[in-house]
Design a protein around this ligand. Structure first.
Ligand code: ARG
Length: 261
């Protein structure tokens, strides 16, 4: 590096700061010696207590606290954006999104396109059903019922697995809240979604005429944080950050903030 170049670079840095002085960087992670790149974290902030929108329009919740703590531990700069579910997945594929965190269950199909961190949460599917409805125990018992799910989620996969792929009573929604709304006004009979989330909605909306049934025949699910397949550098950082906040007790603090019994 020539003296003159170095001088110009330092002058530029002093005058305009890092971003303006010709940084060239690839997507995700920081090349050794390069300055920090702001990483875009996408979420679908309609999934409390994991993510929802605060009254001032910022994503908040367990996942948001988690990714912020991981970023801090790894000295990464992040910006969390509420994109919605499908745009989040699409963005991760096309590179406009670096990291996705949204209570995303690690599945074999998703692992073909994304890489996931070590699991950070264990979940189950819950069936939200009116108290006066005939008893159900599993998703397989829901045959003949109108079932609402968030489209493209494991709730949909479970219903399709138990009742068949083209099951005519299945209705897909963009968000869990829309399905719950339709159940309340009688357009559908039940909602199948991640247990902790239906529970949170039940509390939030003070639904006292419903029950949540845990389908114990369904497999447990593990949430992971997703990056584009092959982005090993970024994945390693996230895994290291996750391990560090587990070690330091910060993970437990965040967990207890949202899931204390
Ligand atoms: N765990 C489920 C899945 O991965 C549902 C996740 C939905 N998350 C959300 N933020 N809407 O398919």
């Amino acid at each position: 590096m020539g003296k003159k170049f170095l001088f110009t670079l330092i002058a530029c840095l002093l005058a305009f700061g890092l971003a303006a002085c010709g940084s060239k960087e690839s997507n995700g992670g920081n090349a050794a010696g390069a300055e920090k790149k702001k990483l875009i974290v996408a979420t679908d902030a309609a999934f409390p207590p994991f993510e929802s929108m605060s009254p001032t329009g910022e994503p908040e919740g367990f996942d948001i606290d988690l990714i912020k703590a991981i970023a801090k531990a790894q000295n990464m700069e992040i910006e969390v954006k509420h994109t919605g579910w499908d745009p989040m997945m699409a963005g991760l594929k096309n590179g406009s999104v670096d990291i996705a965190i949204a209570g995303i269950t690690i599945t074999d199909d998703r692992k073909k396109v994304f890489d996931f961190t070590t699991p950070y949460f264990t979940a189950e599917q819950g069936i939200l059903v009116k108290k006066n409805a005939p008893a159900v125990k599993t998703v397989a018992d829901l045959k003949g019922k109108k079932i609402g799910v968030q489209s493209g989620t494991t709730g949909q996969l479970l219903v399709e697995e138990k009742l068949g792929k083209g099951y005519s009573g299945l209705k897909g929604y963009e968000e869990v809240a829309g399905a719950i709304e339709d159940m309340r006004n009688g357009r559908i009979d039940v909602v199948v979604a991640d247990n902790a989330v239906v529970k949170k909605f039940m509390e939030k909306l003070k639904l006292d005429d419903v029950n949540i049934i845990e389908d114990t025949s369904a497999k447990q699910e593990q949430y992971g944080i997703a990056v584009k397949k092959g982005n090993k550098e970024l994945l390693d950082k996230l895994n290291k950050g996750l391990a560090a906040i587990k070690e330091s007790g910060e993970f437990d603090q965040i967990y207890n903030k949202y899931f204390k019994k």
